[in-house]
Design a protein around this ligand. Structure first.
Ligand code: ADP
Ligand code: MG
Length: 281
């Protein structure tokens, strides 16, 4: 499935996919955007930081208890390199799996030194070396605990998936407030850069109302492409697949490819830098 190549960013972009609400499409978005990018020649790492390990499942990556994982990075000082595993989908895609061990991490971290900085330190190693990745995505659990905090401190950007449903905006103030606090006290570089509308159902007026409201609130940060509600999207993880590989022609797959393309294009390095990179490699 070799495809056209998308532009690379000037430096590695680290995006945390966050929304403390469950079931809004965090994991689905992280997995499918990462996959779409990797299939278009970008080097991508997905860090699964949800004890449920749904992102690991969707990428077909083993994540039984005992598998080297995000837990070992946060609590045992392992490097990301030592726990990141290959993903069959593309040789430019790797995944740090999440195991159930991570369920205790929120509490175990509480008593640790520099508990909010564990992931930042590990990700920092990847950023200072010869560039290994163009994009690093971090999939968060549905809470604003220490795992999500670690993700927000490790990233420069926040990607917020918003489900086109009742109460979509409820709770967002709390997330924005957390982002502000992290920026003020732990990570001055953090910004919400990307908002993605998910599970859009064109048959309902409600979906349009929510989309309008979100665009009014977040303006330019909202990606143009909207992810439709599409059963193929929800079927894919059951086969250890992303929808992009499971059914590339489905509306869900097309939506995610278009959304990923826009993220890549928005973050593209200036043309001169691109040309230099091309001639270097
Ligand atoms: P979160 O990570 O925020 O908890 P998920 O990505 O796991 O949310 O999505 C919640 C559920 O909705 C999952 O069962 C997923 O398969 C399903 N889902 C996500 N996006 C879509 C979509 N566009 N169409 C249909 N089902 C979807
Ligand atoms: Mg999830």
């Amino acid at each position: 499935m070799r495809q056209e190549r998308w532009p690379r960013p000037a430096v590695t972009r680290v995006l945390t996919v966050a929304n403390q609400k469950g079931g809004v499409g965090k994991t689905t978005s992280a997995v499918n955007i990462a996959a779409a990018m990797a299939l278009h020649g970008l080097r991508v790492l997905l860090i699964d930081l949800d004890p449920q390990g749904n992102a690991s499942t969707a990428l077909g990556v083993p994540h039984g208890v005992g598998t080297p994982s995000a837990y070992d990075v946060l609590l045992a000082g392992h490097t990301i390199d030592s726990v990141a595993t290959a993903v069959e989908l593309a040789d430019t895609l790797r995944c740090v799996p999440a195991t159930l061990d991570l369920a205790g991490a929120d509490i175990e971290l509480t008593s640790q030194v520099a508990r909010e900085y564990r992931l930042q330190r590990a990700v920092g190693v990847l950023l200072s070396e010869e560039r290994t990745y163009d994009y690093i995505f971090i999939d968060c659990p549905p809470s604003l605990g220490l795992l999500t905090l670690n993700a927000l401190v490790a990233a420069r950007e926040v990607l917020i998936p918003i489900q086109c449903e009742y109460y979509a905006l409820e709770g967002l103030a709390q997330l924005m407030n957390t982002v502000d606090l992290v920026r003020a006290h732990l990570n001055p570089d953090l910004a919400v850069t990307t908002v993605l509308l998910t599970m859009y159902d064109s048959r309902t007026r409600l979906a349009d109302q929510v989309a309008d409201e979100v665009r009014k609130y977040f303006g330019e940060l909202v990606l143009g492409p909207v992810i439709p509600r599409n059963v193929r999207v929800s079927e894919a993880p059951g086969f250890g697949q992303t929808v992009i590989t499971y059914d590339p022609g489905s509306r869900g797959a097309v939506g995610y490819v278009e959304a990923a393309r826009e993220i890549a294009e928005r973050g593209a390095a200036p043309a001169s830098a691109q040309e230099k990179e091309e001639s270097d490699t």
